[in-house]
Design a protein around this ligand. Structure first.
Ligand code: CDP
Length: 214
């Protein structure tokens, strides 16, 4: 069983996907982390995230250690991630890992939950259950601002908003695997729903789907 959860930055995919994976006892992959780690590796080598050779090299050399660390969550790394993510060869390099985790989840789990931008459209178009989460850019900036403020009291809302708008535009406009809703995805607008309400709605869909499959 593969459950795909896609959506723009700070739409609540990560929190939701982790909770769904726990509830179902499935493996969980935050695919954004692969792009963030690639972007961070390029920045650490003082190269430009738009430099194809540097970005592809970083993606090929990712290790488990590169996926750890609070600094991966910064907006600076988020921006670098969306730049490397627009390079087709980078996406190609990261594709196999994502697909093999989805089809052969580690630890003998019976399923996997993947969250990202192109899970339902490119990585796992065959996934039987797909969700597409959205929220207005102001609401998403608000949520991300609150998260950032916990770690850095000097965070500035306007800056977070601007970075999210730029990232949305880059993720939606790129030629390869742009952010878009799969035709068979269930769309959930989370503007007026808290995390628990989104989780309940998603679990209800999953249970209905599993019941129908019996
Ligand atoms: O957590 P947030 O929603 O801010 O971002 P993320 O999911 O960690 O993804 C960071 C960046 O990686 C995104 O802005 C995308 O450009 C890229 N990404 C992607 O292209 N494809 C994915 N499946 C996941 C992330």
């Amino acid at each position: 069983m593969i459950i795909a959860i896609d959506g723009p930055a700070a739409s609540g995919k990560g929190t939701l996907a982790r909770r769904v994976a726990d509830a179902m006892d499935y493996a969980y992959l935050d695919t954004g982390l692969l792009y963030r780690a690639t972007g961070a590796k390029v920045l650490a080598s003082n190269a430009d995230p738009e430099d194809e050779t540097a970005a592809v090299g970083a993606a090929k050399n990712l290790s488990a250690d590169d996926l750890q660390g609070e600094e991966l969550r910064s907006e600076e790394v988020g921006t670098a991630a969306s730049k490397v993510a627009a390079i087709p060869r980078v996406r190609e390099v990261l594709l196999d890992f994502q697909r093999s985790l989805a089809t052969t989840p580690p630890g003998g789990k019976h399923g996997a939950v993947l969250d990202g931008r192109d899970i339902g459209t490119v990585v796992c178009p065959e996934a039987p259950i797909k969700f597409y989460l959205t929220a207005s850019v102001e609401e998403r900036a608000n949520r991300r601002f609150k998260q950032l403020q916990e770690k850095n009291p000097a965070a500035i809302y306007e800056r977070v908003l601007k970075e999210l708008e730029e990232r949305d535009a880059r993720d939606s406009a790129r030629d390869v695997a742009p952010l878009t809703m799969a035709k068979d995805a269930i769309h959930i607008d989370t503007d007026r729903l808290n995390a628990n309400a989104v989780f309940d709605a998603v679990m209800a869909h999953i249970r209905t789907h599993m019941g129908e499959d019996d």
